[in-house]
Design a protein around this ligand. Structure first.
Ligand code: ATR
Length: 272
């Protein structure tokens, strides 16, 4: 049976094995998918060990997504743009590094929330790894504007320089939280602020009527960002859909079949 795994440290709480087991059952694919705790200084060895055991592919989570870029012998365009790898394919040609996080976010917005990105005003909060990973897939859907706002404005400006050269010229721009102008149809929180129950200091006027507010984090109760957005009339979405969709994208890459995600999302939600 083909073997897959997810590498991380810690890894015990990863939902990926449950998600991929559900996709495998649903699509009739014979595979196993396990958790692998890699030592913080032993990621590359752990990958090589898994390949030697016959592993066909792997997901990569915290803290190894940057190191996985180096372990990969070839990168997809979106992994190179993200500067991070969350999916590895062990092929006859070597180790291929991909990043399905951005595609997962976009699939959740477009297919699950039913909100088109094309022609919309999109505001991204944050400029760290989580945000960098989603910029290219969002730009590929041709938003009218994509504003990246961050506490440290220079980091947002660096992303704008990078993605202007990748087709975002005239669409993508940067600012600080206090300088956000206008209103947005889609507001995405990719800062780490939710982890500390903090709110990026944005004005409530950023939410256009009927805006979609999405936090890349998820948990049993809404993040402070989603609470704030809800108080100002936005439709709310947490990061669980993105998690399920990035897994579906990886599954498709490995197995060549697209799993259905709705039931898996519902079942994970019920267990939060
Ligand atoms: P990740 O890979 O999760 O994106 P990261 O690369 O460390 O992690 O980036 C964290 C992001 O959250 C950054 O945009 C950071 O802002 P700075 O670039 O100014 O550091 C943002 N962030 C973290 N804590 C925050 C807070 N309390 N309020 C607003 N932004 C915060």
């Amino acid at each position: 049976m083909d073997r897959y795994c997810v590498f991380g440290n810690p890894i015990a709480h990863s939902k990926s094995p449950e998600i991929h087991a559900a996709y495998a059952a649903q699509t009739g694919q014979a595979l196993t998918y396990e958790r692998r705790l890699a030592p913080v200084d032993g990621f590359a060895d752990a990958v090589r060990g898994f390949i030697a055991e016959g592993g066909k592919g792997a997901n990569v989570t915290v803290p190894f997504k940057l190191e996985a870029v180096k372990v990969a012998q070839a990168l997809t365009i979106r992994a190179r743009a993200a500067g991070a790898v969350n999916t590895l394919v062990f092929s006859e040609d070597g180790i291929i590094g991909d990043n399905t996080d951005g595609a997962g976010l976009v699939a959740d917005i477009v297919n699950n929330a039913g909100v088109a990105i094309a022609g919309k005003r999109v505001l991204l909060l944050g400029a760290g790894g989580a945000v960098r990973g989603v910029v290219l897939p969002i730009l590929e859907h041709r938003p009218a504007r994509l504003v990246i706002a961050n506490r440290t404005v220079s980091k947002a400006e660096e992303l704008v320089a990078q993605f202007s050269a990748l087709g975002g010229e005239g669409v993508v721009s940067a600012c600080g939280f206090g300088d956000i102008e206008g209103e947005y149809d889609i507001v995405i929180n990719g800062t780490a602020a939710s982890l500390n129950a903090e709110l990026p200091p944005i004005a409530p006027t950023v939410f256009a009527p009927g805006a979609l507010a999405l936090d890349m984090m998820y948990g049993p109760s809404p993040t402070v960002f989603l609470q704030f957005a809800g108080q100002h009339g936005a439709r709310l979405r947490d990061g669980l859909g993105m998690l399920v969709e990035q897994a579906a994208e990886a599954f498709k890459l490995w197995r060549g079949v697209q799993p259905a995600t709705a039931e898996v999302l519902q079942s994970l939600r019920a267990k939060l």
